[in-house]
Structures are given as C-alpha cells and as structure tokens.
Design a protein around this ligand. Structure first.
Ligand SMILES: Cc1cc2nc3c(=O)[nH]c(=O)nc-3n(C[C@H](O)[C@H](O)[C@H](O)COP(=O)(O)O)c2cc1C
Length: 333
C-alpha cells in the first residue's frame, strides 16, 4: 500500500532514469535493502527449482538491464529474488543513447526504453564481481551475465564481442545469456538469424566445448514462427541450455506514446507468453525457458509457467509494483 499510495506517485513525478539511479544508489550503499528484507523476503521451499544444474530458491529473477553494472548484487537476494541477471555488458564501456531514453506509459502499466546498453564495460563489471567474491560476499542465489556487443562493432565482427565478454566473466557468473534481441542497438536483432547466430554461438561453444557454463539466448517477442524454428535449431546445434523469452517489443500499436524504443510491461504480457508457448511447443518442452515480459502478479506468473516457462524474470513489474513484488508473486504461486 505504501508503495502504491506514496512512493510510486512521488517517483512518477520525477524522470524515470533519475528514479532508477536513486533506487540503485539506495539499494547499493545504504541499509535500505536490509530494512526492506523482513518485509520483502520469505523462504518458499516448495518453489525451489534445480535448472541447468543450478539451484533457484524461487523462480522469480531480476531481468537484465536493471543492474547492468553489478551494483546491487547483494541487495537482490534481500528483496526476495531467486536469481539475478546482470548486464547487458559490452567489451568496452559505452554511454548508450542520449537522454531522455526511458518513458512511462502509466495508464498502460508499461515503459518504452531506448537505453542502448549504457554500461561500464566488461572489465569494470568483472572487477566489481571479483571484489565481491574475494570478500566472501558472493550471493546465495544464481547470478546470470547478459552479454552484448558494442554499438560501434560491425555485425560481422559481433562474435568477437560476445566471446570477449564471456571470457572475461566466465568465472564470475553461474549462467550466461547471449543478447541478440535488444531493439536499441542498430542491427542487433539481425543477429537472431542463421548465419549470424553461427558466427556468435560457434566461437562461444568452441571456447567451452564441454558446455561447463550454462549458455542461453535471449530472443525478441517480434519473431515469427520460422525465426523461432531457426533459433531452436541453433539451440540444439550449439547445446544451449535455455532460452530467455522475451526482450521488449517494437510494436507500439494503440499506445498513446510513440517514442522510439522497446515496449515492456503490461502491453507485452500476452505477446511474450505466446512466444513462450511457441518455443515450448517447438522444443517439445525439453529446453528450459526463462519467461519475461509483463509479469506483475501471481496470475501473470502462473500464465507464463503454464505456457512452458521454468523460471521467470521481471523488470517493469518491479517499477510498478514495488519492492515487495517478489514476495507477493511467490506467495500467490
Ligand atoms: C529500462 C530497461 C532497460 C533494459 N535493458 C536491458 C538490457 O540491457 N539487456 C537485456 O537483455 N534486456 C534489457 N531490458 C529488457 C528486460 O530485461 C525485459 O526483457 C523486458 O523489459 C520485458 O520484461 P518486463 O515487462 O518485466 O519489463 C531492459 C528493459 C528496460 C525497461
């Protein structure tokens, strides 16, 4: 109630990226996460899952993009999350697109963003994680690393960027996600097609031929059936352990704001569920799916699980529902 009546209305008077920055600082450097923990975190033994060799205390994770630079690694478990996906990181640091680059759609419970992978670069993020490890403060929930390419890297050379990010962080995360689905890096989504997929996934597989590190691919919700068939074939060929479905959509039909970027939240809910259902059908349910896109409550979560997802993530639901959202969803499940 406090979040909906007081915090959210206050936050929504301020620019979205500023609120995000403020929240990250509060979660990273103050006793905020510790203060929230008694309200936000609860054990749900019945929800524990073992997926691709990792133990997830519950299936609700922080989606990529929220903690791009691994600033709040110790806060996410306190807020009840069952896992976190850091990044997207790129080999070199980059500033992303000019601000403003996040826009709210309050009536639709959505966001449009065109961040363009602003991040400190793989070295700075890796050093941060090395420090946490060395200090014995490694979180007890699985940590994923979402990897991407720099804006100025030509698509033909993208494979090198993904490989560099993987090499740098391979001992600093529990699973890895090849992000070929952000709409905000020019041409990136073309990497979801056959030849390009080979040029990225081939070198990654050669780097880890025994598939010791769980590797997944994150896909766009705007793919058609034949794209999905191609992706599922690549998942099998390169022995990926899962598919993250989905990133934001470029479809802004019916939305009152037509800013360039990707749409997340409620306007994405059913589309991402349909992609999960299609992927699950194409893989015969054999490949774990991390379902993401417009999850706000237990009903949304259950719909995605019933469509074939094994794990779930949220970003926009956290913005609209607040820091107790994981507990509410887990309790409902
Ligand atoms: C502001 C913002 C930044 C994001 N940045 C990334 C990113 O860096 N990498 C990525 O794979 N997805 C990114 N995403 C996509 C989310 O991880 C997620 O796939 C998408 O928002 C749908 O989930 P949601 O409806 O719960 O937000 C971002 C989303 C938002 C809203």
């Amino acid at each position: 109630m406090f979040y909906e009546r007081i915090a959210r209305p206050l936050f929504f008077t301020m620019p979205p990226e500023f609120v995000h920055r403020l929240s990250m600082i509060a979660l990273a450097h103050s006793p905020m996460a510790a203060a929230l923990e008694p309200f936000a975190r609860k054990n749900y033994p019945a929800l524990e899952k073992k997926v691709f060799g990792l133990i997830f205390p519950n299936p609700i994770g922080v989606a990529a993009g929220f903690d791009k630079n691994a600033e709040c690694v110790n806060a996410w478990p306190r807020l009840g999350f069952g896992f976190m996906e850091l990044g997207t990181i790129t080999p070199k640091p980059q500033p992303g697109n000019p601000s403003p680059r996040i826009f709210r759609l309050p009536a639709q419970q959505g966001l449009i963003n065109r961040m363009g992978f602003p991040n400190l670069g793989m070295d700075a993020v890796a050093r941060r994680l090395e420090k946490i490890k060395a200090a014995g403060r490694w979180p007890r929930i699985p940590v994923g690393m979402n990897i991407g390419k720099n804006k100025d890297t030509p698509l033909e050379e993208a494979g090198r960027d993904y490989l560099a990010c993987f090499r740098r962080t391979r001992d600093l995360a529990d699973y890895f996600v090849v992000n070929v689905s952000s709409p905000n890096t020019p041409g990136l989504r073309q990497l979801q097609r056959g030849d390009f997929l080979d040029s990225i996934l081939g070198p990654l597989r050669d780097e880890d031929p025994q598939a010791l590190r769980p590797l997944l691919i994150k896909i766009a919700p705007d793919l058609v059936e034949e794209d999905l068939v191609e992706i599922v074939a690549a998942v099998e060929k390169y022995r990926l352990v899962g598919i993250v479905a989905t990133n934001t959509t470029i479809d802004k039909t019916g939305l009152p704001l037509q800013e360039q970027g990707g749409v997340s939240g409620r306007p994405l809910t059913s589309r991402s569920t349909e992609i999960i259902r299609a992927v699950s059908r194409l893989t015969g349910g054999r490949v774990p799916i991390i379902g993401v896109g417009g999850i706000f409550n237990a009903v949304d979560a259950r719909e995605k699980l019933e469509a074939g997802a094994t794990l779930l993530q949220l970003y926009t639901g956290f913005v609209y529902e607040g820091p107790l959202v994981v507990r509410k969803i887990c309790g409902g499940l």
